[in-house]
Design a protein around this ligand. Structure first.
Ligand SMILES: C[S@@+](CC[C@H](N)C(=O)[O-])C[C@H]1O[C@@H](n2cnc3c(N)ncnc32)[C@H](O)[C@@H]1O
Length: 412
């Protein structure tokens, strides 16, 4: 038996600004009495009016239900949220919410956020109780019910190799990869525009064949494709961080996307960390501390005495390449180097300018342009991971603005 949860309904009412049951009944187009029946303990809510109620409250029906019998009755296919916004979106691989938050700041209305990591989903739900966060493997989600309800699909699918065996791959041949799942979502929902971001490495992955396959498949699904490597530092983010941004716009339509324009001003670490709140953070081992004490702001292993260079670098000392990420201390007057999922890995160390320690959680978040009130779920390692994996919020916002402009160019 499933029954509507009055508590959940009240919470959802609050998040959409509906204050009374009379107001809610009016919005749904039923009488207050009919609403009381729906919310009564004996009512089995999986009926048409209940779906209308959930649409008004902008949540999926299961978010309003008390699942008894251990949730066994939970519907397999999530019903969709009816939406009127022409900027409504689905976000896949939402992580700790960098891109999702940036898109929200741009005014995009994401009606479904998907990630299979518990901590990421907790982060999204904690910060935005009104978001429809589905914590699931993306391959388990049926996107067909969202067709006609969204205009945008976004997300960064983790890059995986395809097996070619010398042949040109079609959409079905990439089954089993996360790219396939992203492309399936596009195929099933037919958005006007989609944006897929990825690491720079995708460009050279398998000598460029992976990216070529991805583009060919998106084109075969009916999209014109643009790709561009964006460096976040050129978009008001105090960090050098490159991401390839693949944009698909429906063929045979008027829709036109332009990448955000680069800013002339570069943000420094000093600006990024001004009045940063105190928070927890990792520390270095005693041996590492002794090494970093010798590195000036803006410096790296090259600033160490030769003997220490050799012992600290080990094999890397002779293996060539600049290795300028090693024993790197950031200066106040430069942007930070790319943050990674863990703040004290030997190849990608970024030491605080004045203190002998990695950046704290809130410093990490500032460098990724998360607002100070965006909290991350899980232990310290999980928090660093979510932040280090994110699209900088500000870059997401600027991409979001361009997505909206593109949709405005669409004429039927
Ligand atoms: C690079 S992170 C995304 C970061 C996010 N775009 C942001 O801006 O914060 C990739 C995410 O994909 C998620 N992921 C990986 N495999 C998945 C799957 N099979 N189904 C759903 N999510 C998955 C991971 O948990 C991770 O959070």
């Amino acid at each position: 038996m499933t029954t509507a949860s009055k508590e959940r309904v009240k919470k959802a009412m609050k998040s959409v600004g509906i204050n009374t049951l009379t107001e809610l009944a009016n919005e749904v187009g039923i009488t207050k009495n009919q609403l009381s029946v729906i919310l009564s303990d004996r009512y089995n809510p999986i009926k048409a009016t209940f779906f209308e109620l959930s649409e008004v409250l902008r949540v999926t029906p299961d978010k309003l239900i008390d699942f008894q019998s251990n949730g066994k009755n939970k519907p397999k296919c999530r019903a969709l949220v009816k939406h009127n916004s022409k900027y409504s979106a689905i976000e896949l691989f939402a992580g700790g919410g960098g891109l999702a938050l940036g898109l929200e700041q741009a005014g995009i209305d994401t009606i479904l956020h998907v990630d299979n990591d518990k901590y990421c989903c907790d982060t999204l739900s904690k910060n935005r109780p009104n978001w429809n966060v589905v914590c699931s493997d993306v391959s388990k989600i049926d996107f067909k019910p969202y067709k006609g309800k969204i205009n945008i699909v976004t997300g960064g699918f983790p890059c995986q190799a395809f097996s070619y065996a010398g042949k040109k791959l079609g959409f079905e041949d990439t089954r089993g990869t996360l790219f396939y799942e992203f492309a399936r979502c596009v195929k099933e929902t037919a958005p006007l525009i989609f944006v897929a971001e990825n690491v720079r490495g995708l460009i050279s992955h398998d000598n460029g064949r992976t990216l070529k396959t991805i583009i060919d498949i998106f084109e075969s699904l009916g999209y014109n494709i643009q790709t561009k490597l964006l460096n976040a530092v050129n978009y008001n983010v105090p960090q050098k961080r490159e991401r390839i941004v693949i944009v698909g716009t429906q063929k045979d339509t008027t829709i036109k996307f332009e990448y955000p324009k680069e800013s002339k001003k570069i943000k420094t670490l000093r600006e990024a960390l001004k009045n940063v709140p105190k928070s927890e953070g990792q520390t270095y081992s005693t041996a590492k501390k002794e090494v970093f004490k010798l590195v000036p702001p803006g410096g790296c292993w090259r600033d160490l005495p030769l003997k220490i260079q050799k012992s600290y670098m080990g094999k890397s000392f002779t293996s060539g390449g600049g290795r300028t990420g090693m024993a790197r201390r950031i200066s106040w007057d430069e942007p930070c180097l790319t943050l990674t999922c863990s703040p004290s890995q030997k190849q990608t160390d970024r030491c605080h300018p004045d203190e002998v320690r990695p950046f704290t959680i809130r410093e990490y978040a500032r460098i990724q342009t998360f607002p100070d009130d965006w909290v991350f779920a899980g232990g310290m390692g999980q928090q660093y991971k979510q932040i280090g994996n994110a699209v900088p919020v500000e870059l997401g916002r600027q991409i979001g603005i361009q997505i909206k402009k593109a949709i405005d160019t669409y004429k039927k």
